[in-house]
Design a protein around this ligand. Structure first.
Ligand code: BGC
Length: 716
């Protein structure tokens, strides 16, 4: 809490009744016509601290009405003019990857490896959302995930803790800026704390089993990144860890989140999570749920009214102390002060540059897409080519926007067919997007110069409560690729997917393949930019792409087992599975360009540093020449991985610890500098203590996690 609000908060608190304090901890959702009157009555009594600006338990899947600024201003006016102490209400909405202008799904934005672009995207998002009464969004979602079957993998940052923390910082900075009180900034919320992405079998909301060692090293770093960047709120997760629901865990919510990570802001429960403690089998009544959650560290109760119904008697019978209530209320008020609600409570919409936001979205989408294959330089295509565009996503709009999109407009989202037609002087023929009977499609395909297949998964197959048992595209689409292949024409696959799908057969059949994700309002334009070379692909995989769902989980940052040797990432076939090869089809960090980059040797300023000097801020500095030896100006993401050869705990064989995305003109060379300091070379012990241990480290620098280019450093 910032000091200058303390006095105001204390004087408000002194005037508030217990009921009114509890009201600040209550977050109902937007009323429907049926309960609007009762809702306004609660506002009048000061019993609504915050409003969830949506309806339903899975807002990302259900149509939500558009926002009425007048209505939210009316709620605000009622709170300010009629409630006992005139405390403004905090409005929160899931603005996950775009408001009016939709940006790529968060997993895709992560694939850009471009923190500046991510920050800029969330800056635009904040501007648009704040213009429609939103003070607070429930993003970034930072759930590290090793299971592509989990529908919510699309909302996160993939499989790497370091990348997760870089993205977390960029999102928080983009949303909150230097001063979240400015009228075009909104509060960020790091969610879902903690471990939700580890749901067993990818089944949403299921149990997780996470050791402290894994928790500290894999699951917490992204949250630490968000907190270090100033995130003022955190949302707790639905799941349990080893039988301990997060919602009732003082250990996770207070001892680790606040005492260890230093978080001082507001914790909101996930939707109905407080009352779900009863169903999770740790509480016997709604009153138990409320006392357990508040005592554990949940400040704001989302939707279920447990706090409002129960806290008053819990204080009376001594199960919850006044001090605990006051602490939670102070956190809510503090966030309201920080967000400027006491100064400018009402929303006054302003003009913003919509066209520029669309351009940013297009740039972001193009940088998010990953070129997986490009045999014989099939791409980019000639703008005069005759193209057969076939497949269920050729005319699709809604799916391009992705899941967790509440406010973008389908009708403002160009589809691939119309966009392609506007960009080529050749003919573009297309079958009805969903017509896979193929007769007509086959005719187009046989006559075209090249076949572009628009494939993927529907947005409704991804997101909350949308797990699948096989992370693949439907068989009918694989059949379509086979039929296209049989024409003998060259095939470009464009995959509109939310999750990372198994890729082997698709990649084997296509001559060129772009992983286009669900990339937002400008997805079709960005695909065309790449198809015709107006943009050069530069996305890199933030997750491993698998050969088969049977290989789940497979991720790059694993430790070495004692036996067999050399089986990193499924290498050494037969030692892992006798019946299949479990190497990744495309590894973490992978992605092609239209140009080619040649890396020079790694130079290191000093291959040895004393631990003491590292602690005092000295760094290992690596320099490497990057030559663009191909035919296009392009961006490359230079990635640095470490391996701590011998430590007191087993360490991953490769861990991303630095990267830099650089633009190099064709024929030119750029010297890339990457550094490693004390905070990069260590790890967390199971106790949560951070340690850097003396010894040798392998350092890999290159184009993805399997780069062979390596050097060695020592910490003395
Ligand atoms: C989701 C959250 C979301 C909340 C409010 C929950 O079901 O897990 O991510 O922010 O609903 O819509």
């Amino acid at each position: 809490m910032k000091k200058n609000y303390e006095k105001q908060i204390d004087s408000l608190l002194a005037k508030m009744s217990l009921q009114e304090k509890i009201g600040q901890l209550n977050q109902p959702e937007t009323p429907t016509a049926d309960n609007e009157e009762a809702f306004m009555d609660l506002v009048r009594k000061g019993l609504v601290g915050s409003v969830l600006m949506s309806v339903g338990a899975t807002a990302g899947n259900d149509p939500q009405g558009s926002i009425s600024v007048d209505f939210y201003n009316r709620i605000q006016k009622t709170a300010i003019e009629e409630s006992p102490n005139g405390i403004p209400v905090l409005f929160g909405r899931d603005v996950i990857h775009g408001h009016k202008t939709v940006f790529p799904i968060p997993l895709a934005m992560t694939a850009s490896f471009n923190e500046e672009l991510i920050e800029q995207s969330y800056r635009d998002i904040a501007q648009e959302a704040s213009n429609e009464s939103v003070h607070w969004t429930f993003t970034p979602m930072l759930d590290l995930c090793h299971d592509p079957r989990w529908g919510r993998i699309i909302e996160g940052t993939g499989e790497d803790p370091y990348l997760g923390s870089v993205v977390a910082k960029a999102v928080v900075k983009g949303l909150q800026g230097e001063n979240v009180g400015e009228s075009d900034r909104i509060l960020a919320c790091a969610k879902h704390y903690i471990g939700y992405g580890a749901s067993e079998g990818g089944r949403d909301y299921h149990r997780t089993e996470i050791s402290d060692y894994t928790l500290f090293n894999y699951y917490l770093p992204a949250f630490k990144g968000a907190i270090d960047a100033g995130a003022l709120t955190v949302m707790s997760a639905f799941n349990d860890i080893s039988g301990q629901p997060i919602t009732s865990s003082r250990r996770y919510l207070t001892e680790i989140l606040r005492d260890k990570l230093g978080f001082q802001g507001l914790v909101v429960a996930d939707y109905d999570a407080v009352c779900q403690l009863e169903r999770q089998g740790v509480a016997e009544s709604e009153a138990d749920c409320a006392s357990m959650a508040l005592n554990a560290g949940i400040d704001l109760d989302m939707h279920d009214f447990c706090y409002l119904n129960e806290l008053e008697s819990l204080v009376e019978n001594g199960k919850v102390s006044m001090e605990t209530i006051d602490t939670a209320v102070k956190r809510v008020l503090s966030v309201k002060f920080e967000a400027g609600l006491f100064d400018t409570p009402y929303c006054v919409p302003k003009d913003y540059d919509k066209a520029q936001h669309r351009l940013h979205s297009r740039e972001m989408a193009a940088e998010s897409m990953v070129l997986l294959k490009n045999e014989n330089h099939l791409l980019p295509l000639q703008k005069s080519a005759d193209i057969a565009l076939v497949g269920p996503f050729a005319t699709e709009r809604r799916t391009l926007l992705g899941s967790w999109m509440l406010d973008g407009k389908e009708r403002e989202t160009p589809n691939l067919l119309e966009t392609l037609r506007g960009r080529t002087s050749g003919t573009v023929e297309s079958s009805n997007g969903t017509d896979l009977s193929l007769d007509r499609s086959l005719r187009w395909m046989t006559h075209a110069d090249v076949i572009v297949l628009a494939l993927g998964e529907k947005w409704t197959d991804t997101g909350e409560s949308r797990a699948v048992s096989t992370a693949s595209i439907p068989n009918s689409q694989i059949e379509l690729i086979r039929r296209a292949k049989a024409t003998g024409k060259k095939i470009v696959g464009v995959l509109f997917c939310g999750r990372p799908v198994v890729i082997e057969e698709i990649a084997d059949l296509c001559d060129a393949l772009i992983y286009a994700w669900h990339s937002g309002s400008e997805a079709a334009n960005a695909v065309c930019d790449l198809l015709f070379g107006d943009s050069v692909p530069s996305g890199r995989l933030p997750v491993t792409l698998l050969r088969s769902s049977n290989h789940i989980p497979l991720y790059y940052n694993v430790t070495s087992s004692g036996r067999p040797v050399n089986c990193y990432y499924g290498e050494n076939p037969g030692e892992c599975y006798v019946d299949s090869l479990p190497t990744p089809y495309y590894p973490f960090g992978y992605g092609l360009s239209y140009t080619e980059f040649a890396y020079g040797d790694i130079c290191c300023n000093t291959p040895q540093l004393r631990l003491e000097d590292l602690k005092n801020g000295q760094k290992f500095r690596f320099e490497i020449d990057l030559h663009n030896v191909g035919d296009f100006d392009a961006k490359e993401t230079v990635q640095l991985y470490i391996h701590d050869r011998a430590a007191s705990m087993m360490r991953p064989l490769r861990e991303l610890k630095a990267f830099q995305k650089v633009f190099v003109k064709r024929g030119e060379t750029c010297r890339v500098v990457l550094e490693l300091g004390f905070e990069d070379l260590g790890f967390y012990l199971p106790s949560g203590e951070y340690t850097v241990e003396a010894g040798k480290f392998d350092i890999y620098i290159g184009e993805n996690c399997l780069t062979p280019r390596k050097t060695e450093i020592s910490v003395l």
